[in-house]
Design a protein around this ligand. Structure first.
Ligand code: SF4
Length: 253
């Protein structure tokens, strides 16, 4: 077993925890979230702005030891997760790919037998990620304020085991998503996830976040779902489980 010597910056022990996964293929399954510090985007709806700066340096060995500890209670789980080992381990952020330690960490966790997920903004090259990792890649919609940061070359790297995620907050976002699916034939690449922009609690409204561009009209959750049905859009609507279950100030979800 290889032991990493590089450092990863992850948030403190209180924010690396076993929770439940939210994304479609794994929704509701136990998942250990490793939240890495820093992001170079400032999406208008970001609910984890604390991850921009908070955190402490930990060695990869320490991170893996903590994951092993959190995973222990699930060692004999009889839960049928099909092709996944439980608990899942998800690297999220912030933006995990900003840290060079993220790549060896994912590789080592795969070597250890974990099913590893990576949540990434879609603004960074994903080609060096271990091929065993299941990547959940955002395509940023116009209301995020970060649509220009989408790295379209990443589409050629995606496999059927990955997922593309859209976070939709406005009528303009919905029209944009429809257009991108048709133009890039995204549904032929991998499953497509759509979630609705959940309003931020006052304490989550970080001053550094981008504003929704002027002239965009908010879309309700109901309107979004009805549009998807009426258009037979080839996507899965995704409820943000952590927002239903845990309070906004809860870390590690
Ligand atoms: S990519 Fe956007 S939503 Fe994700 S952590 Fe960065 S600013 Fe927040």
């Amino acid at each position: 077993m290889t032991r990493g010597i590089e450092k990863a910056v992850v948030l403190g022990a209180g924010t690396m925890g076993a929770r439940i996964a939210a994304h479609f293929a794994n929704a509701g399954l136990p998942c250990i979230f490793v939240r890495l510090t820093a992001c170079n985007l400032r999406c208008s709806y970001c609910d984890s702005a604390y991850a921009f700066t908070e955190g402490k340096k930990q060695s990869l060995a320490d991170v893996r030891a903590e994951i092993d500890r959190l995973a222990k209670p699930f060692a004999h789980s009889t839960l049928d997760a099909r092709r996944s080992t439980l608990p899942l381990v998800e690297l999220t952020g912030g933006e995990p790919l900003l840290q060079k330690g993220a790549l060896p960490l994912m590789q080592q966790l795969c070597d250890d037998g974990y099913t590893v997920l990576l949540e990434t903004s879609g603004a960074h090259d994903i080609s060096a990620v271990d091929p065993r990792v299941r990547r959940i890649m955002d395509l940023k919609c116009p209301s995020s304020g970060e649509v220009a940061r989408n790295r379209w070359e990443n589409l050629a790297q995606l496999k059927s085991t990955d997922e593309i995620k859209f976070v939709i907050g406005t009528v303009e976002d919905y029209a944009w998503v429809k257009q991108q699916i048709a133009q890039h034939k995204l549904d032929a690449i991998c499953p497509l996830l759509v979630s609705w922009v959940h309003p931020l609690a006052p304490e989550q409204q970080d001053k550094s976040l981008k504003k929704v561009p002027a002239g965009q009209a908010p879309i309700s959750r109901l309107q979004l779902v009805e549009n998807i049905i009426n258009d037979a859009l080839p996507v899965r609507f995704q409820a943000q489980l952590h927002k239903i279950i845990w309070p906004p100030e809860q870390r590690g979800v």
